[in-house]
Design a protein around this ligand. Structure first.
Ligand SMILES: C[C@H](O)[C@H](O)[C@H]1CNC2=NC(N)=NC(=O)C2=N1
Length: 76
């Protein structure tokens, strides 16, 4: 959580999260564009995946502010 929080602070992008009985739930959206999913959410999601599972985004489909698709790839 500390590592994810540090990245979120550096990006000035703050997820909503709940820690309950050892389970961490992270909800990502961008308030500045009406709580939709933006590129920042995918970038932060990529960081979370990297921290938790050693995976990162390999393909990202972007349309303006909106991210439309995502593919994750194992890090070697
Ligand atoms: C002014 C400041 O950059 C904005 O309020 C940032 C702060 N953190 C944020 N976090 C999230 N999740 N969405 C935002 O739109 C957002 N905006």
């Amino acid at each position: 959580m500390c590592r994810i929080g540090t990245v979120a602070d550096e990006m000035d992008h703050h997820p909503e999260w709940t820690l309950r009985e050892g389970e961490l739930e992270i909800r990502l959206s961008t308030h500045d564009i009406g709580n939709r999913i933006s590129l920042k959410d995918y970038v932060l999601a990529s960081w979370v995946e990297t921290v938790l599972h050693g995976k990162e985004i390999s393909t990202l489909v972007v349309d303006g502010w909106n991210a439309k698709g995502i593919q994750l790839e194992e890090l070697n």
